[in-house]
Ligand binder design. Structure first.
Ligand code: ZN
Length: 167
């Protein structure tokens, strides 16, 4: 099922999401719909708050196939890189974001299996971007105040938009 993507200004994007307790049929169905929605919008990642659910789940595909991350914990950041990022919840705005180039992520997958892996480059960036969503943080928060002003008009426009316009 294709889900409606919530856009900038929706309060659901600013909440801290809750950990997932059990992964059952409802969660697996949600994950399948999130993947479908991500692919439809040609995204490389999609977090549950972006479809209106404040649970610590996100999906990603950096070109190597789909991945599901539940209750992710990021540790051991290494290096730094700046890369332009976009966000399905903030269409039309791309921002240079500095992030660690390598991270270790501990998480559970859609089958409930635990993983602890090192991620580098694009997928490491996607994991960090999506984890930000779970903590109510967006790419525009990385902008210094004077830079943010440049985007203010565009952001106000997104805020006033009907959220159903992005389906
Ligand atoms: Zn995003």
């Amino acid at each position: 099922m294709i889900l409606t993507i919530r856009t900038y200004g929706d309060p659901v994007l600013r909440k801290v999401s809750e950990p997932v307790g059990k992964i059952g049929p409802a969660e697996r169905m949600l994950i399948a719909s999130m993947l479908e929605t991500m692919y439809k919008h040609k995204g490389v990642g999609l977090a549950a708050p972006q479809i209106g659910i404040n649970k610590r789940i996100f999906v990603a595909d950096d070109g190597e196939g789909p991945d599901v991350f539940i209750n992710v914990k990021i540790t051991r950041p290494k290096g730094k890189a700046v890369l332009e990022e976009g966000c399905l919840s903030i269409p039309g705005i791309n921002i240079d974001v500095e992030r660690p180039n390598e991270i270790t992520a501990e998480y559970i997958d859609h089958e409930g299996k635990s993983h602890k892996k090192i991620f580098r480059k694009l997928i490491a960036r996607v994991i960090q971007h999506e984890t930000d969503h779970l903590n109510g943080k967006l790419i525009v928060d990385y902008l210094p105040p004077e830079e943010l002003k440049k985007y203010q008009a565009k952001l106000e426009k997104l805020k006033s938009k009907d959220t159903h316009a992005n389906t």
